[in-house]
Design a protein around this ligand. Sequence first.
Ligand code: NAI
Length: 328
Amino acid sequence: SQSPVKVAVTGAAGQIGYSLLFRIASGAIFGPDTPVQLRLLEITPALGALEGVVMELDDCAFTTLDSVEIGDDPRHIFDGVNLALLVGARPRAKGMERGDLLEANGAIFTEQGRALNDVAADDVRIGVTGNPANTNALIALRNAPDIPAERFSALTRLDHNRAISQLAAKTGAKVGDIRRMTIWGNHSSTQYPDLFHAEVAGKNAADLIDDQAWIENEFIPTVAKRGAAIIDARGASSAASAASATIDAARDWLTGTPEGDWVSMAVASDGSYGVPEGVVYSFPVTCSGGDWQIVQGLEIDDFSRERMDATAAELIEERDAVGQLGLT
Ligand code: NAI
């Protein structure tokens, strides 16, 4: 078997953590031959509950799980980690303004960015799931000057998977027949799920559907508001699907995307497609050898342009709001 990988998960005692840890421990990211050392971060009051989760991890007797360590100090937990999945965040409480939410999370991701900068392994990759994910990733990367910015990403894979599922249902295709789905922009209701470059069994999805009204009035809002629909139905936010997307994103980033396909990942913009630099924006990317590359050369029509610009504008607003709070 190979040498072990150290994987940090924050918010490990939360809902997503409860679905995520068992899959990581059973080899879902690195496969059956790579031992995993889990390093789990929580706030102090949640450490007791986290001990219970660790008892359950023990009770699974996973052959791929090498060790588990828990704690409330990011400088200890992130020490030497090769992969950090930043899931823990402050949820929006009743009566909390957007500024309060940005401030609370800004403080968390400032501290965690600094700690990763100082103690993570040289090859660390950092995936942010906790909301507001794109802007939290931006704050973390700005506070980690010694880690290349391209080692940070925010999760839009859940939106990507939701879009694939909706397209499969509409066309009667199997999810495995769908390729080249793209989520552009923010993990929020302004995101733009793009069918104009997606393919169903090799055919262009928008041409195949040939129904602009469905794309505008059904598909895009259904994908963008799916999180709210799940809260309404379940009485709690999506957790197992968010954990599954977190796994998909980390696995494809580290082990590569399939030939001829791409995935959606929110990464620091390099100006591609006219997206301003200085925001973490979801693009179509291919991954190989632990690195991602933005897919270049896609034709963008006026309809797509307008939506791509609107979601960029929201990210610039979030970035500026965080700046005003004195958070970098
Ligand atoms: P949860 O509230 O069940 O769990 C969050 C956990 O994070 C709690 O156990 C809390 O104690 C912990 N936490 C808070 N501050 C922390 C800190 N400074 N360090 C370490 N741990 C800390 O929430 P859930 O359902 O697990 O969701 C987690 C986050 O993921 C939320 O921000 C949620 O909005 C986000 N999310 C993102 C999705 C995406 O697609 N990007 C999809 C679904 C959820």
